[in-house]
Design a protein around this ligand. Structure first.
Ligand SMILES: [Zn+2]
Length: 260
């Protein structure tokens, strides 16, 4: 998960801002390592990448103008797809919700820039209307944030919006329910190197921070897939133990039958 790709940032926001040259290195390293990028919705729906490809999902939160000017050309150049999460109230304006971080004036994408990203194959998801902490809001405001941002994006883009990213990653059971009831098929949270949940409304993501170089990024992904492999093989072991128990019962039943 990326936020802004730019040269400058306030000290409080710096960790979320990747230098443009470093970002290009990241993307080139993924391609060189054989990763194929897919969108969140294709990932959730199980749409396959080419056989043998290593899969990665690139997401960009907040729809800063630098997604259009800096990120999009790199993605297009390298043939990488991605999902962009847009907080709809700030489109064509500035990042006013970042006032506490001294970043209220970071320019945001315009509607035509969002439409251009969509036309180039980037999945557009909702990041709410006003980027609030949804788990702190009353239910009717949560529902309005998730529903109205979706309908506005769909009106503007004339396409279905299937994925939501929780602002700051904050969500609880009722926020997840509101997102599902508004018609989304997935919800992205923040964090955790390892997600053992299959819940499409609690997808965990790795935050790529400003000090992550290309080697560190590949390391993170390797480590994550290594951990996931461990979880998968532990799950497989559990399943085969269970099957063995079922098999033993069946054999026992068959033996009893033979005795009769
Ligand atoms: Zn955000």
């Amino acid at each position: 998960m990326y936020h802004s790709v730019a040269a400058a940032a306030s000290p409080a926001f710096r960790t979320f801002v990747t230098d443009p040259a470093v970002f290009r290195d990241h993307m080139a390293a993924l391609v060189d390592a054989g990763y194929a990028a897919t969108t969140v919705s294709d990932h959730v729906s199980g749409t396959r990448t080419e056989p043998g490809d290593r899969g990665v999902v690139l997401t960009f939160d907040d729809a800063f103008q630098d997604f259009h000017t800096t990120v999009l050309p790199v993605l297009a150049d390298l043939g990488l797809s991605a999902t962009l999460y847009v907080p709809t109230s700030y489109v064509g304006r500035t990042s006013r919700w970042l006032q506490p971080d001294g970043e209220a004036d970071r320019p945001m994408m315009s509607w035509s820039a969002v439409a251009e990203a969509a036309a180039s194959g980037v999945e557009i998801g909702s990041h709410s209307r006003t980027h609030p902490q949804l788990d702190r809001l009353p239910g009717d405001r949560v529902r309005a944030e998730v529903r109205d941002s979706r309908s506005l994006l769909e009106d503007q883009l004339q396409q279905e919006v299937r994925s939501f990213a929780y602002p700051f990653g904050y969500h609880d059971g009722s926020v997840k329910r509101a997102v599902a009831e508004a018609g989304y098929l997935s919800g992205c949270a923040v964090r955790d190197l390892l997600s053992t949940t299959d819940d499409p409304f609690a997808i965990s993501r790795l935050t790529v921070t400003h000090d992550t170089d290309a080697a560190a990024l590949l390391d993170l992904l390797d480590r994550r897939s290594g951990l996931l492999d461990e979880v998968r093989s532990a799950a497989r072991a559990r399943v085969s133990r269970a099957l063995r128990r079922v098999g033993a019962k069946r054999r026992h039943a068959a033996a009893s039958w033979d005795e009769d």
